[in-house]
Write a protein that binds this ligand. Structure first.
Ligand code: GUN
Ligand code: FE
Length: 496
């Protein structure tokens, strides 16, 4: 039997929307299946050997973290487009619909070429792992074969992920469109079985790669296609093999107007069976595509009824702040969503967003929340930055705060993202029994990030952790991510 991985040092994780946990001298044991077996905080170094003996692990090798190093849960990217990564940093002059036509569809069309796809996808998976993304929700292109390759590459790279091929049979260029609803659905079914056939790393562990049904957005899908996908979601659920869904919602004013126009027409022609409330979210709901495993990207411009629909169906929202600023889509009102108890995670939305990691999305989400409060200064006091203590057990009134507090931002990046993906019982923090998806963060100057001014002498033996963590969030980058584990396996980071 392989011996467990035992780490000894500091860690930070999210335990709720309002609370971070900082532990020093924690002894943590990860078993051979990658599961956190036990965690003992505040173990003096003189007691490490005796704790190990008590646990029946006398003499097992312990990896000791240095001062300036700590463990963080891995990041969860709840929305990204793998085939768009070669476009990163281009196209920011456009808004959504022109950007799709001029920049994005031409790039994605190239993924007909499976060899090209493999080359790109290998780089995407390696790069995002090194940036600390341990779970990623991937859109592929519309192509079945290249999206199978994406799933293979995610699996081989040891990243946790959801992989879907785009469904798109309408309002797309003739060079990049599916021929019919039935072809689109047949390819989706084929991708789902391919992904389910990928081997788990051990008989007891959760499969790392899961399928996700991916209607690109309502505009690109005919009513029969959305109906077919809704039927597929229902039949999978009835078979006990519930499958996740991801799509876009309420990103841009032109997109919303066009969506309503298209589906008002479909409704008049009797194309929408289950009743439709006239909203964009209502399109997805009427075809059975909203449920607790649905991830809705963007949600910048939502109507009251749409917020209610999302809450009622227990769907979740992927907040993609860099993309929303870059394509001038707007500022999503995350505070309002959280106040209503809607699940929210962060997404890079590459290449609508030009940054592939989640640390940068934490910063963009903060900027977005500050822009919102600056636009309505009367409702936003200048302090406090953190919720008052009485809010400890309830959700703070985010709309009265001048910005999203750090514990909330970090929650979105980790545990909140896990909930959105239906993985909050599996990953997202260091609760005993969860799988070990984690980063070893190193604030040391020798890591070469001159922007991060961490001073070992400040804060004493234990007090450095809170300040150092905050500095990492705002000035850290991949140079400070020394190791990345998924399910206890070392799969990325600068030390690999
Ligand atoms: N809506 C439909 N397709 C896309 C896409 O690729 N990116 C973004 N940001 N929005 C979309
Ligand atoms: Fe997107």
């Amino acid at each position: 039997m392989a011996s467990p991985l035992i780490l000894y040092g500091s860690l930070v994780d999210s335990i709720s929307l309002t609370h971070l946990r900082y532990l020093s001298n924690a002894l943590i044991c990860i078993n051979q299946h990658g599961i956190i077996d036990w965690l003992v905080p505040n173990v003096p170094s003189s007691s490490v050997a005796s704790v190990l003996s008590e646990k029946g692990l006398k003499g097992t090798q312990v990896t000791q973290l240095k001062k300036g190093q700590f463990l963080s849960p891995g990041f969860i990217d709840t929305h990204t487009h793998a085939p768009q990564h070669p476009n990163l940093g281009t196209g920011g002059q456009y808004q959504l619909l022109d950007w799709l036509e001029n920049v994005t569809f031409p790039r994605e069309a190239r993924f007909k070429d499976v060899d090209y796809s493999r080359k790109v996808y290998e780089r995407v998976v390696k790069r995002t792992l090194d940036l600390g993304t341990t779970t990623s929700c991937y859109y592929g292109s519309l192509h079945l074969e290249s999206t199978k390759v994406l799933a293979d590459v995610v699996h081989a790279g040891g990243q946790r992920g959801f992989v879907g091929k785009c469904n798109m049979d309408s309002n797309c260029p003739s060079t990049y469109i599916e021929p019919s609803p039935s072809a689109s659905i047949a390819d989706t079914v084929s991708l789902i079985s391919h992904i389910r056939s990928l081997p788990a790393s051990s008989p007891t562990s959760t499969p790392l790669v899961q399928p996700i049904i991916t209607p690109r957005f309502a505009i690109s899908c005919s009513a029969p296609l959305l109906q077919g996908l809704g039927d597929l979601v229902r039949s999978e659920k009835e078979a006990g093999t519930e499958v996740a869904v991801q799509t876009h919602l309420g990103e841009n004013h032109g997109e919303i107007a066009f969506t309503k126009e298209i589906f008002a027409g479909a409704n008049e022609r009797g194309g929408m069976k289950n009743g439709w409330d006239g909203s964009y979210a209502g399109v997805y709901e009427s075809f059975g595509l909203l449920g607790e495993r649905t991830i809705l990207a963007h949600c910048v411009h939502l109507e009251e009824t749409e917020l209610q629909t999302i809450k009622r169906t227990n769907s979740g929202i992927s907040h993609c702040p860099t993309s929303n600023l870059n394509l001038r889509s707007g500022c999503a009102k995350v505070g309002e969503m959280l106040e209503r108890g809607i699940k929210v995670g962060l997404g890079t939305d590459c290449s609508g967003g030009y940054e592939s990691g989640i640390l940068s999305q934490i910063r963009s989400a903060s900027t977005t929340s500050k822009l919102i409060s600056m636009a309505s200064p009367s409702s936003a006091p200048s302090s406090p930055e953190t919720p008052p203590p009485e809010a400890a057990t309830s959700t703070p009134r985010y709309s009265t705060l001048p910005q999203l507090p750090l514990p909330t931002l970090f929650h979105l990046a980790t545990l909140g993202g896990a909930s959105l993906c239906g993985l909050d019982k599996v990953v997202g923090n260091f609760e005993v029994g969860k799988e070990f998806d984690a980063l070893l963060v190193d604030l040391g100057e020798e890591r070469g990030n001159g922007a991060l001014w961490f001073d070992e002498e400040e804060g004493g033996e234990e007090g450095w952790l809170e300040g150092g963590f905050e500095q990492w969030i705002w000035t850290g980058d991949d140079r400070n991510i020394a190791k990345v584990w998924v399910q206890g396996r070392l799969v990325g980071g600068k030390d690999l």
